[in-house]
Write a protein that binds this ligand. Structure first.
Ligand code: NAD
Length: 397
């Protein structure tokens, strides 16, 4: 990084982690597609030198990496390596674009109306992993504190309850919201929606909403109009003036920023997805809603993502999905999520042409109904590697 800009050599070394489960097979299908796009776009001038299995410190040194999924056991065993990577490298923004490709199967009537970018806070929330097991000494200490602050009566079964702690900070919320606003403004999106459960978690999720609006009103007042600001205008100058201000802001291409309670978001995103462009939310909400939105446009097989620290430039690109144990080793997994994550990485490196070649090949294959069995009925479906080869051919054609 120099002056906040990523300086990319023509032959960058990029670490990759295949992950486990379906990770190695989707990586084997994805890597030739990424290489083909770079070769075609830059005629040999640029090339990625892939570095296998780096340590976290080496990932930090190389700044940009790509990874496959990794298993996290439920209930017992080690904590999530995925979460550890995001926290150690402080990759605070998880950006997941949700796009429909014509021909992909969908449970909704108008999947083409879905065109959203989810910005999920990636380092805070219950993912901090601060928990006290039921009846442990930590749980006793928490109970003591609850007693001292007259809150123990809020715990329904205090003697057997396990506890979790949910840190949400002003800095953490604002840097995430800032990355969502910057993205929305740069890409001429119309709406930014802060998704929260601030009606119940007033200090944490309510804080996220409050600090998000504060940042936008302080830093982006000329380019974005927030609902609290519009409400103030309504109160002071009346409904008609407020309507005028809103219309003017929209005509001038200002970003309109509102918020919605998370449960309602799930409903509205199904019924009126066209009302949402960019969505900013906290870690757990973001986890849930990115899988649900992916389902609307064809499933986790085509859901790319990235984990980015926009201040240091450090970024790890990875699919939204996990290790899909029931698909492992069968040649059934769809490598598109990883491939499109690779396209996001190309764009991040400033290699837009290569990214566009990849997206065009994916769109062509899906439109021709030539894809893996999650997208195409079984007899016509391609295996993971056949589909990868097809994408290489489409890029080269
Ligand atoms: P999953 O994402 O692995 O699978 C959920 C569903 O999506 C399954 O029905 C699966 O068949 C389908 N699916 C996922 N990827 C697909 C693909 N490429 N092609 C076609 N279908 C695909 O979620 P899970 O089963 O709940 O989790 C399995 C493991 O993955 C767990 O250990 C979990 O902790 C881990 N996980 C890791 C990451 C990560 O590495 N970032 C993310 C999510 C889950």
């Amino acid at each position: 990084m120099k002056n906040n800009r990523l300086m990319v050599p023509e032959h960058p070394e990029i670490p990759y982690l295949q992950g486990n489960g379906i990770g190695p097979e989707i990586w084997q299908a994805a890597q030739p597609v990424l290489d083909a796009a770079v070769r075609r776009a830059y005629q040999g001038r640029c090339e990625i030198e892939w570095l296998p299995q780096q340590t976290i410190m080496e990932l930090k040194r190389h700044l940009v990496a790509i990874k496959g999924p990794m298993t996290t056991p439920v209930g017992t065993g080690h904590r999530s390596i995925n979460v550890a990577l995001r926290q150690t490298l402080d990759l605070y923004a998880c950006w997941r674009p949700v796009r429909y490709f014509k021909g992909a199967p969908s449970p909704v009537k108008h999947p083409e109306r879905v065109c959203m970018d989810v910005f999920r806070e990636n380092t805070e929330d219950i993912y901090a992993g601060i928990e006290a097991a039921a009846q442990s000494s930590a749980a006793q200490s928490l109970k003591k504190w609850l007693q001292e602050t007259s809150q123990l009566n809020r715990v329904r079964f205090p003697n057997t309850a396990a506890f979790g702690i949910k840190p949400i900070s002003k800095e953490g919320s604002q840097r995430l919201v800032q990355s969502a606003v910057d993205y929305a403004l740069k890409n001429h999106r119309h709406y930014l929606t802060l998704v929260h459960k601030g009606n119940i978690m007033k200090e944490t999720e309510g804080g996220f909403k409050k600090w998000g609006y504060q940042l936008i009103d302080q830093k982006y007042a000329k380019r974005a109009l927030t609902m609290p600001r519009l409400d103030k205008i309504k109160k002071e100058q009346g409904e008609a003036v407020a309507q005028q201000v809103l219309q003017q802001a929209q005509t001038q291409g200002m970003l309109v920023v509102n918020d919605i309670i998370c449960d309602n978001f799930f409903q509205q995103a199904l019924l009126f997805p066209e009302h949402f462009d960019v969505v900013a939310t906290m870690n757990l909400n973001g986890d849930y809603l990115s899988d649900a939105l992916a389902a609307q446009v064809g499933g986790l097989g085509i859901a790319p993502g990235s984990n980015i620290n926009f201040q240091t430039g450090c970024a790890i690109f990875e699919a939204t999905h996990g290790t899909a144990p029931q698909l492992t080793g069968k040649g059934l997994a769809n490598p598109t999520s990883l491939i499109l994550s690779g396209a996001m990485m190309m764009e991040y490196l400033g290699w837009r042409q290569a990214a566009e070649l990849i997206r065009k090949a994916v769109a062509q294959a899906i439109a021709m109904q030539k894809a893996t069995s999650d997208l195409v009925p079984a007899p016509a479906a391609l295996s993971t590697s056949q589909y990868g080869q097809l994408l290489v051919e489409l890029i080269n054609s």
